[in-house]
Every structure is written in structure tokens, then in C-alpha cells.
Design a protein around this ligand. Structure first.
Ligand code: ZN
Length: 295
């Protein structure tokens, strides 16, 4: 069903969605204007042009999972990659500490949101997938430390005390992104929540390069370099090896159980917006700690 990606109202045709959006553009309403600028064009379009572009933008030529993948690449790894990924090609201590201090809040929220998927889904393959994900992210598995623990160790190896890391509250942009994800979990279905959360794991999926990503999440040279403590490499290596499986399998489950692809598409884009802000928050924190960090 054609849908307004901002209000989530469904219409009978893309022409109607186009009319609806253009009415808001005339009034310079921020959310609709920003959505169009981010996703369609910064140029003003007439009703017919916008209708065609919206239909093209939402059409699932390959699959829902591939659509999400392509949109993620465009948003974070396109011709203008997100500044955090640019900084991660050769990260300073400040960038990595910004990562640690903001990401601990992301990860703690992460498992709480995944627990709502478990609570609401009646499918065992979904429950098992989420339990495995929560275990590797938060508890650790078969004697291996969790991602959360590896993150804290990265911070310690760069000179922060564990107690300092754990007691640092999130910056406002991190908190606002977390609120967006909580709101999705509380007001949308579990499939939409699953799509919103696990599409973010694409961030460290190395195979995005073969689909057109211009840079990787971080330069793999870091994993071999003597400039970084082992704890930094251990944390980065985990994501590098794990998320290839994580995001791919989750999106396969989303595809399997999706009843309404348009709403999933719209929610995923909202999650991407929150994620883009949250990644800037890591840099903002880095700047507070290290004058060499630029956004
Ligand atoms: Zn609208």
C-alpha cells in the first residue's frame, strides 16, 4: 500500500501520497521536507515527478532484505559516507573513547528491546535467534566475553576506569536515539522492531562493499596495527566477524514473517535517522575528550 513515510498513513495511490506530501512541503513542515531531502531529492518536484520517485523508492525489485541493505549503503556508505565511519578509517583515541562511552548505552538498550521481540513473537526460530544475539551481545558465550564486556575493556585499554565508563550518562543525541528505538518497540509490531534493530547491524557487514559501499566500517589495517592496544582490536574484530551473520539472518526472518513491507520500510528509515544521529553523538563525545576529533 502506498504510504506517507512520515505520518505512516496509507493511501490508494502514490499520486495521493505525493499530493499529501506536497501540501506539507508548501507549509515548510520540517519532518516531510527533511524526509524528502534525505531520501528523494533536495530539488522541488511537481506532483507527477514526486509520485514516480516515491513509487520507485519503495518498490521491492529484489527483496525486502535487499531493499534494506541498499538503503543502508546509500545512507551510511554512499558517496558521502557518515562522518563516524570516515573517522574510523584511522581513529584517534578520542574517537574510540567516544565510541565506548556512548555505545555502552546503546548496547544496554539493545538487549532490552530484543527482549520485547521475544515476548511478543510466537515463533521459535525468532526467539532462538534473539536469545543467541542477546547472549553474545550482553552475557558472553562458551567462555568468550560479550560485546558489551569487550567494549568496556577497549575503554580501559585507552585509559578510562571501568567505574568512570559505567557512570558516564549518555549525551542528549544518544538518549534521543534510544527513545526512538524504545518508541518503535512499544508502538509497532515485533517484526517491525526486529527490522529496525537488526538492520543497524549491517553497519559492520563487510559484504556491503560488494554491493557498492564506498568504505568499510573501519580500516581492517587496524586489526594488524601495533598502534592500537589488543583490547581495541579484540572489540573491533568481534563485530567484524559476527555481524556478517547477525544482520543477514535477522533480515531473512523479517522477510519470512513480514505482512506489511511498506510499514517495515518506513520504520527502518526512521531507525536509520536515529542511528545517524547516534553515530554523530559518538564523535561529539570524542571531541569533548580529544581536540583532534572532527565531525
Ligand atoms: Zn505525511
Amino acid at each position: 500500500m502506498p504510504i506517507c513515510p512520515v505520518c505512516e498513513i496509507t493511501y490508494d495511490s502514490w499520486d495521493q501520497v505525493s499530493d499529501h506530501m506536497l501540501k506539507f512541503v508548501e507549509k515548510s513542515e520540517a519532518k516531510h521536507v527533511m524526509w524528502l531531502n534525505h531520501n528523494i531529492s533536495i530539488k522541488s518536484l511537481n506532483q507527477k515527478e514526486l509520485s514516480e520517485k516515491l513509487e520507485e523508492f519503495f518498490s521491492l525489485n529484489e527483496s525486502l532484505a535487499m531493499w534494506i541493505r541498499r538503503r543502508f549503503i546509500e545512507r551510511f556508505y554512499g558517496t558521502e559516507p557518515h562522518p563516524f565511519m570516515v573517522a574510523m578509517q584511522n581513529p584517534t583515541k578520542g574517537v574510540l573513547l567516544g565510541y565506548v562511552l556512548e555505545h555502552q548505552h546503546f548496547l544496554r538498550n539493545w538487549v532490552r528491546i530484543l527482549s520485547t521481540i521475544i515476548y511478543r513473537s510466537e515463533y521459535d526460530d525468532v526467539v532462538r535467534y534473539e536469545l543467541e544475539n542477546m547472549t553474545t551481545e550482553f552475557l558472553g558465550f562458551e567462555g568468550k566475553p560479550s560485546h558489551y564486556e569487550l567494549l568496556i575493556r577497549m575503554g580501559e585499554s585507552l585509559g578510562l576506569k571501568r567505574a568512570e565508563i559505567l557512570s558516564t550518562p549518555p549525551l542528549p543525541a544518544t538518549l534521543s536515539a534510544i527513545k526512538t528505538w524504545k518508541n518503535i518497540a512499544e508502538t509497532k509490531g515485533w517484526v517491525e522492531t526486529m527490522a529496525a534493530m537488526h538492520s543497524l547491524e549491517l553497519v559492520s557487514d563487510r559484504s556491503l562493499i560488494k554491493d557498492g559501499a564506498t568504505i568499510p566500517y573501519f580500516s581492517p589495517k587496524i586489526l594488524e596495527s601495533n598502534e592500537y592496544p589488543d583490547a581495541v582490536k579484540n572489540f573491533l574484530r568481534e563485530g567484524y566477524e559476527a555481524d556478517l551473520y547477525h544482520a543477514g539472518e535477522a533480515l531473512r526472518l523479517v522477510e519470512k514473517y513480514a505482512k506489511n513491507p511498506e510499514i517495515i520500510q518506513v520504520i527502518v528509515l526512521k531507525s536509520f535517522d536515529a542511528f545517524a544521529k547516534y553515530l554523530l553523538s559518538r564523535l561529539e563525545r570524542g571531541m569533548m575528550l580529544d581536540p583532534l576529533v572532527k565531525a
